[in-house]
Design a protein. Sequence first.
Length: 223
Amino acid sequence: MAERIPRDAAVLIIGLGRFGEAVAGELSDLDRDVLVIDENARLVQKWSERVTHAVQADARDLEALRQIGAQEFPIAVVAVGSSVEASVLITANLVDLGITQIWAKAVSKSHGTILARIGAHHVIYPEAEAGERVAHLVSGSMIDFIEFDDDFAIVKMHPPAAVVGKALGDTGIRRKHGITVIGVKANGQAFAYATNSTVVNADDIVIVSGSSADIERFAGLYA
């Protein structure tokens, strides 16, 4: 059974590029205990006043990580992406230190495969995922798009005409379009779970789930 990690567990972040800074900033806003490591003294100084700890060090050096106390952190994020060699070596060091949960950024599928094979528990493809997300959003009807590995997606979008002005139970939306409306947000109101009796208005926002292809087709009805 996997070891349970507390929700407020301290996080080690290695690399203060755009991705690393975004993760560090969000965790800081969530009041998490964060240690950031980077070789760039300017970046370390910049973040020293925002996160719990900021250290200038070469994370490719296993002994340097030990001296910093990296092994005490249950969660680590390897945000280094510009150098595949450095990313792989740093991840291997964290594996050797017995970090319970390692998240590692990859710049390509082959890079990600190597990271997973040496022990990264979660491999992230920020650039690729952002590109895929934007590709779905440029149609205009979708507001936000989250796709999972099995081609299942959850989307925030404007409602197509096919569901406007009708109770969802009367639209046959799942049978006709293969998607499920999870929630609806009327103008000026909070999101509410959708039921068969929910009536969607043209200026509402809906949350839908289904396969990426089915949602794309459903969104196409908006035009």
